[in-house]
Write a protein that binds this ligand. Structure first.
Ligand code: SAH
Length: 204
């Protein structure tokens, strides 16, 4: 997975590659679909949601330039896999999931994979960020938003980085938003297709 799907497509951040080589992705894929754990595609995790394609997890994570001291917010915890990868690279991860069933599943998966020590799973509407533990040095959003939710920008430290898919329900641009000196600078990384962000600042 790491060699053929991630390094071969140009991701060279050794810390990201090492983390993804170490974390057992099969622990985050529901039993009936375990054979697809290392496939080059999103995999269904139930409740109409998916665990993202490994390359997209690597790309989004690499965009955040994590060094190890950060508090990271993940919006859309799903299976918990991406949160585990972030947890391997940062000090602490707050992973917010709107569906309680998936939040419970993510917690179980993270424990079984031995990745739960610095990852807190919270059931909440992450389109509003998560104020009790803000601010965050980095934010990763794993669901497609109609626009960048203002609370996420407000809960980002300065300097800080936010990666988020923004666009229509059917196609989005993966944006990296860098906050620095009180200003934000936005770049498009690539075209993507994510499941919809729900909640106050998502698709109603
Ligand atoms: N990062 C996940 C992929 C999850 S797919 C993984 O590694 O498995 C996107 C997830 O976002 C879904 O689980 C969905 O329920 C969740 N989601 C959608 N809107 C949300 C919101 N407003 N707040 C928190 N989670 C949300």
């Amino acid at each position: 997975m790491v060699e053929c799907q991630i390094r071969a497509r140009g991701i060279r951040d050794v810390r990201v590659l090492d983390a993804m080589a170490r974390i057992p992705r099969e622990e985050f894929v529901p039993e009936p679909r375990r054979a697809s754990s290392y496939s080059d595609e999103p995999v269904s995790i139930g409740w109409d949601q998916t665990i993202s394609q490994p390359y997209i997890v690597a790309l989004m994570t690499a965009c955040l330039h994590l060094e190890g001291h950060e508090t990271v917010l993940e919006v859309g915890c799903g299976s918990g896999y991406h949160a585990a990868v972030l947890g391997a690279l940062a000090r602490r991860v707050v992973a917010v999931e709107i569906l309680p069933e998936l939040a419970a599943m993510a917690e179980t998966n993270l424990k079984r994979a031995g990745c739960a020590a610095n990852v807190s799973v919270v059931t909440a509407d992450g389109s509003q960020g998560y104020l009790p533990l803000a601010p965050y040095d980095a934010i990763s959003v794993a669901a497609a938003a109609p626009a960048t939710p203002q609370p996420l920008l407000d809960q980002l430290t300065d300097p800080g980085r936010l990666v988020i898919p923004v666009g229509s329900l059917f196609e989005q641009d993966l944006l990296i938003i860098e906050k620095s000196g009180g200003k934000t600078h936005t770049r498009t990384v690539t075209g993507v297709r994510f499941v919809p962000l729900r909640g106050e600042h998502g698709w109603r």
